[in-house]
Structure formats: structure tokens, C-alpha cells
Write a protein that binds this ligand. Structure first.
Ligand code: NAD
Length: 249
């Protein structure tokens, strides 16, 4: 039997990047997955490519849209065992130059989004004794120039994970987070020019020196699959650092 056989899964931001890789690997391991993204075309194409059970789109900043998407996913899947809060955005800017509105926006996506999704999913997860995997970042455990607001949101998501895990433990629901280092997605592509301008070091050299190579979305998906599976039944309130050693030195 496959690791995720019979698991019914909803993944936010799964039209591309790490979310799409999580959805694809979960399906490969036996899960039924509903794909969701704010980018409807990306979600439709990803769902077809990976053989998803369906699509239920939302922008995670819109609470009622999140509630509707989770209800739609539950209707498609016949319940919910796993919520993956993957949708997230980056902003690279020195704090002194960042607008307050853009700070509010990144918080709305990276923290409020997982918060409203967990609230919308919790009744279903209690019923199934399911679990949540939140995609945080090494930026939530260490500071990085230019990524002040991003670091703050990912630290907040780790704390939200801990509190949700403690509160939901009596109901048999697990909540964990993963903290990737630099992984090969469009998010990192967007960050490269600003990092190179700030450090005067080619990004490839920085990655080679600090974490060996870029992570792949599959590197991240592997650990998410384990955490979502019954093999991880004693693991809750944890955050797993997946960074090729970036934060070890
Ligand atoms: P990406 O930009 O390649 O893909 C993000 C996906 O999320 C896109 O399909 C996008 O349309 C969707 N999305 C963005 N905002 C959304 C919203 N408001 N509502 C719904 N969907 C939305 O990014 P990625 O690199 O795949 O990142 C995925 C997650 O992993 C994010 O939470 C990110 O912070 C985290 N992460 C990424 C890296 C990395 O190096 N790539 C490292 C650490 C953590």
C-alpha cells in the first residue's frame, strides 16, 4: 500500500512550484488531491498534468473564497485528511523602503491565509483525525537582508503551527511546518537580481557555498509526504528545516 493511500488532500497555491510538486508527489503516493491557486489557468493545467481529483480555486487573502474552496474540495473528495498551506509570496526590499501596504499584503497571504484555511478546515480534520502541513521557510528561523517582512511572516507561521498543534492535539489533529532553504522555483528566480545587487556575489556561488545546490520542489514534497502520512503519527508542532545545511553554519 502507498504511503498516502486514501488520503484526501487540499493544497493551496498548487498551480506551480513547490505546491504543484507536493500535489504531484501526494498523488503518486496514493492520495486524492484537489489543486487550488489564485491563478486559475495554472491550476487547471497543473491539475490535468498531475491527475488531480479536481480544482477549487481561491486567493488565500479572501476568507470567504477560502471557505468556499475548502467546502468544494470536501464535496469532491468526500472529506478532508490533509490541508497543505503552501500559497505564499515574497517581497524583497530594505525595511526602510518597504511600504506599509505591502507589509500588510504579505502578512495577509503568508500568515492570515493559513490561519483562515486552518479555521475553515478544522471541523473536517477533526472528523478524519487529519493533519496540516504549513510551508514556512528558513527565513522564519534566521534573518536575511531584504527579506524582513517575509522573515516575519514565516516566523509567525511557525508560531501559528505550534499553537494550532497544541490546541488541536486533544482532537487528534496534527499540525507541522517545513522550512525550505532556496529551492528552484519562480519565487527564487524573482529574488536573484536583488540578492546579486545587494551582495555583489553571483547567486549560484552563494547557493553553492551555503547549501550545496538549489533545493528542488521534490526535496520539499518528500518531507511533506512523510509528515502527512500515518508514519508521522507522533509528530506534531514541529518545523523541519530542509536547506542543504544553509542554517547549520
Ligand atoms: P512560486 O511563486 O513559484 O509559486 C507560488 C504559487 O502560489 C503560485 O502558483 C501562485 O499563483 C500561488 N499564490 C501566490 N499567492 C497566492 C494567493 N494569495 N492565493 C492563492 N495562491 C497564491 O513559489 P514557491 O517557491 O513554489 O513557494 C511556495 C511556498 O514555499 C511559499 O509559501 C514560499 O514562501 C515557500 N518557500 C519557498 C522557497 C523557495 O526557495 N522557493 C523557500 C522557502 C519557502
Amino acid at each position: 500500500m502507498s504511503e498516502l493511500s486514501g488520503k484526501r488532500v487540499f493544497v493551496t497555491g498548487s498551480g506551480a512550484g513547490i505546491g504543484k510538486a507536493i500535489a504531484a508527489l501526494f498523488i503518486e503516493r496514493g492520495a486524492s488531491v484537489v489543486v487550488s491557486d489564485r491563478d486559475e489557468a495554472a491550476a487547471a493545467s497543473a491539475a490535468t498534468e498531475i491527475g488531480a481529483a479536481g480544482v477549487a480555486n481561491c486567493d488565500v487573502t479572501d476568507e470567504s473564497a477560502v471557505q468556499e474552496a475548502i467546502s468544494a474540495a470536501v464535496a469532491i473528495l468526500g472529506g478532508l485528511d490533509v490541508l497543505v498551506n503552501n500559497a505564499g509570496i515574497e517581497i524583497s526590499s530594505p525595511l526602510s523602503q518597504q511600504s506599509t501596504d505591502s507589509f500588510d499584503h504579505i502578512y495577509a497571504v503568508n500568515v492570515r491565509g493559513p490561519f483562515v484555511a486552518m479555521k475553515a478546515a478544522i471541523g473536517h480534520l477533526v472528523e478524519s483525525k487529519g493533519n496540516v502541513v504549513n510551508i514556512a521557510s528558513v527565513a522564519g528561523v534566521g534573518g536575511s537582508p531584504l527579506l524582513g517582512s517575509y522573515c516575519a511572516t514565516k516566523a509567525a507561521l511557525i508560531q501559528l503551527t505550534r499553537v494550532a498543534a497544541v490546541e488541536m492535539r486533544p482532537a487528534g489533529v496534527r499540525v507541522n511546518a517545513v522550512c525550505p532553504g532556496f529551492a528552484d522555483t519562480s519565487m527564487v528566480e524573482r529574488l536573484v537580481p536583488d540578492f546579486e545587487a545587494a551582495t555583489q556575489v553571483p547567486f549560484g556561488d552563494l547557493v553553492a557555498a551555503k547549501q550545496g545546490r538549489l533545493g528542488t520542489p521534490q526535496d520539499i514534497a518528500e518531507v511533506c509526504a512523510f509528515l502527512a502520512s500515518d508514519r508521522a503519527s507522533w509528530i506534531t508542532g514541529s518545523h523541519y528545516i530542509l536547506d542543504g545545511g544553509l542554517t547549520a553554519s
